[in-house]
Design a protein around this ligand. Structure first.
Ligand SMILES: Nc1ncnc2c1ncn2[C@@H]1O[C@H](COP(=O)(O)OP(=O)(O)O)[C@@H](O)[C@H]1O
Ligand SMILES: Cc1cn([C@H]2C[C@H](O)[C@@H](COP(=O)(O)OP(=O)(O)O)O2)c(=O)[nH]c1=O
Length: 199
């Protein structure tokens, strides 16, 4: 497999962080190519500011701040890693904005306007039973403003709409159903989808 740029997406608490880490491990274990694991908002000073400001920045201002963090992520981290021949796995990317900034009041066209020059990724959309996701959210001590203002059902619906929007842009995309599947099984399904797409 040549170096792939893979974004793990899905509603809050569906398992993005868990699955991105495990996928990176499994890709590394295949052994022929290195793996770089990352996420958005980034761990850079800009990303940390965006994260901390989510309660204060709203709508357009937050969408633009996230897009700035994303362009810097692409230019200073993702492209150099791919150029060095590594797979890049990111937990969250542009589809998160097509969902969460919509919940925050923007429409798809405006969000796309701010993000249209980003590098296309192969997007993996994780889905699960809304009750399962809600149960996991309930175990979190605190929820961010946007975590508290959406719902698993709404996020799942908006992710389907984001996928349809990016299908028109010809992004490579796969929906993975996590219901009743262990993280290992989910990652196996993702690898199966990725491999069958490149064969
Ligand atoms: N396939 C799965 N089966 C069971 N539990 C899972 C699965 N994927 C993730 N989890 C658990 O769900 C919780 C939320 O996962 P996390 O990766 O933090 O979600 P996100 O990054 O999407 O918010 C964690 O406790 C994690 O261990
Ligand atoms: C990437 C991205 C994140 N966010 C928000 C969602 C979350 O409330 C917050 C942090 O993302 P989250 O994935 O919850 O971070 P972590 O699990 O690492 O703490 O940023 C957006 O609103 N739009 C975006 O495009």
């Amino acid at each position: 497999m040549t170096a792939q740029f893979i974004a793990i997406e899905g509603p809050n608490a569906v398992g993005k962080t868990t699955i991105a880490e495990l996928l990176a491990d499994r890709l590394a274990a295949i052994g022929d190519i290195g793996v770089h694991l990352t996420g958005e908002p980034t761990r850079t000073p800009l990303g940390q500011v965006v994260r901390r400001q989510e309660g204060m920045l709203h709508g357009r201002a937050l969408a633009l701040a996230l897009a700035a963090d994303r362009y810097a992520h692409v230019e200073t981290e993702i492209i150099p890693q791919l150029d060095d021949g590594r797979h890049v796995v990111t937990a969250r990317y542009l589809p998160s904005s097509l969902v969460l900034q919509r919940i925050d009041g923007l429409d798809l066209d405006e969000i796309w306007l701010y993000n249209r020059y980003v590098l296309p990724a192969t997007v993996i959309y994780l889905e699960d039973d809304p009750a399962t996701i809600r149960g996991r959210l309930g175990q979190r001590a605190t929820l961010s403003r946007l975590e508290a203002s959406g719902s698993p059902e709404r996020e799942l619906t908006l992710y389907r709409e984001a996928k349809a929007f990016l299908d028109v842009q010809e992004w490579k995309q796969h929906i993975i159903n996590c219901a009743g599947r262990t993280p290992d099984q989910v990652v196996g399904d993702i690898l199966g989808a990725l491999i069958s797409a490149v064969l």
